[in-house]
Design a protein around this ligand. Sequence first.
Ligand code: HH2
Length: 279
Amino acid sequence: MRVMGIVNVTPDSFSDGGLYLDADAAIAHGRELASEGADVLDVGGESTRPGAEDVSAEEERRRVEPVVAALASDGHAVSIDTSKAVVAEAALDAGAGIVNDVTAFRGDPELAALCADRGCDVVLMHMLGTPRTMQDDPRYDDVVDDVRAFLAERVEHAVAAGVAEERIWVDPGIGFGKTLEHNLELLRRLGELRELGRPIIVGTSRKRFIGAITGREADERLGGTVASNVLALAAGADAFRVHDIAEVSEALLVAEVLLGSRSWGADERVAGRATSESL
Ligand code: HH2
């Protein structure tokens, strides 16, 4: 199980836009997420929220490069959330080891070859349409079958471009061209994506489908974020992209122990927050 902390260096991300636009603030935020237990820090310089404006490659690169460089030189594993080869290249040069592409190599024809050349890990995500249009009446025959077929095709494409299959992670793209029902169906049947034979990463953190259920604003969706990540774990997810690392990691740890997928021996009790005496 791996937890990926979100470091948005953007003015307009849906839940934390503008908070960490300054490089120093973003670096401090990334360090805080790492100290809370993030296994990977996912640095992004372009919002992909519904209706978001495009950002030039130059501006995106200017935002992310110093943040990636500082966090990577601390020794943290860093992923770059971009669809643009020039941004990915600058981030890989600055020490990133993972490229997280929400277009699954459809946005920039150069990106797959770059990833193949660098031998980095890649996250391929499903999205219907583009961020600007994706919530305009999305339709599927069967959302899980369609997403699985799409991801299978994108894995094949990446492998044909020279990316090693064992470097690939797949992501159903919660909220990217999906209605509330589509998101719920994907999360309920997430285990069906295991047929792809690749690790599954899922991003539910603070997303709109949670607000649709709870009526809460983006920064008040922690309860829904925890519930959806715990159930995604139970359904077969391997990694979780979240804003609230401390709370979600703790929930996932307890869920893993309860599910029996992680043992909880004496060594871990000493290292963990709770001791046997306090339990
Ligand atoms: N979601 C967002 C961005 N990147 N990458 C992956 N692999 N999976 C996701 O679900 C995913 C993603 C959107 O969330 P956020 O970064 O919080 O917002 P914004 O795109 O507005 O910056």
